[in-house]
Design a protein around this ligand. Structure first.
Ligand code: AVI
Length: 322
């Protein structure tokens, strides 16, 4: 007897996104959030320690060096919510600085259950810090945290690692505005932004010689094979990192090495690729320090501090809600 099992919501959302992206007229696309399944998240952790990818080290160095200055600018009592905490390693510096002043609640908001578990384990051991994880999308999680707080308590929201750069510039600004709408005057947003640097350094950061970023990018096709029953031949696609000068962003693409047709049963589709055609999988926008200040002002914050790393141009921006 044939049985039909209805796809879970998670699988059918992924299938819809794949179908929409691969049937777009002109440039084919896949949303970058799907890069982060268990395999993709592990590959991203490896990217963060590559010598060519200075971003994560710069982010962490700034937090380690300036955590005291940062917490000195905040209004108390205050608790911390982090958007996309990952394993939360860099956050330790801020939580330790805060725990010298008060008992602190830390709310990591993260859709990867394994990253959330690692984060709870890593940071739950700091004295006077209580960790309460939210396995939710960013804004949904932040709204839940904001709703649960007492009226005299402030919130510090962490949005580190230049994740804002993975939004289109306009969408990034809209997102900062939505975060602001969820917060109260005097609350704070600590925003990490990767700054523009020379083209060769930027390209190498997204096309490392060990091929880890290539594996991270190609895993998206492997994930479509695993979860949607597709037959992508990974050897027939090549990772590519491009600097788009006009938009000031790195774009990751997967280039088809030959004319080919792929079937994706769970998305009820077959898709053809011309030789040389690409799928655009991610954008990573780079900023100018002054641009971040202007963006903060337009979205309802004043910038109370901006710290720039001396080795790898990256800025930590402390934005206070007006
Ligand atoms: C998560 N995000 C900020 C990373 C970035 O640099 O845009 C993702 C990444 N993609 C390739 N390498 C790293």
């Amino acid at each position: 007897m044939l049985t039909y099992s209805r796809p879970t919501r998670h699988v059918s959302e992924f299938a819809d996104a794949v179908r929409d992206g691969l049937t777009k007229p002109g440039q084919k696309e896949l949303p970058s959030k799907y890069l982060y399944d268990e395999v993709g998240s592990a590959l991203f952790e490896t990217i963060c320690v590559l010598p060519e990818y200075g971003l994560t080290r710069a982010d962490a160095r700034l937090l380690e060096t300036h955590a005291r200055d940062i917490v000195d600018q905040l209004s108390y009592p205050i608790h911390v919510a982090e958007l996309g905490s990952g394993t939360g390693k860099k956050t330790r510096w801020i939580l330790e600085a805060l725990s010298r002043r008060q008992r602190t609640f830390y709310y990591p908001i993260e859709i990867s259950p394994s990253a959330l578990a690692a984060c709870e384990k890593e940071l739950g051991q700091i004295d006077l810090v209580s960790v309460v994880g939210y396995e939710k999308p960013y804004l949904e999680g932040l709204r839940a945290v904001a709703k649960g707080r007492d009226s005299q308590e402030h919130l510090l929201v962490l949005f580190l690692g230049s994740t804002v750069g993975n939004f289109d510039r306009e969408a990034g600004e809209d997102f900062l505005h939505e975060v602001r709408e969820t917060l109260q005057p005097g609350d704070a947003l600590l925003l990490g932004t990767d700054l523009e640097k020379d083209e060769q350094t930027q390209i190498l950061a997204y096309d490392d010689p060990a091929g880890v970023t290539a594996a991270f990018n190609k895993n998206l096709l492997a994930r479509i094979n695993r979860e949607l029953g597709a037959n992508f031949d990974l050897s027939q696609f090549q990772h590519e990192a491009r600097w788009n000068e006009m938009e000031r962003r790195i774009e990751m693409h997967l280039r088809s090495l030959r004319k080919q047709c792929v079937s994706i049963p769970a998305a009820l589709m077959k898709v053809s690729f011309a030789e040389g055609e690409t799928i655009w999988t991610e954008s990573s926008h780079k900023y100018r320090a002054a641009e971040v200040l202007a963006m903060a002002k337009r979205t309802g914050y004043r910038c109370e501090g901006q710290w720039i790393d001396g080795e790898w141009p990256f800025a930590q921006n402390l934005l206070i809600c007006e």
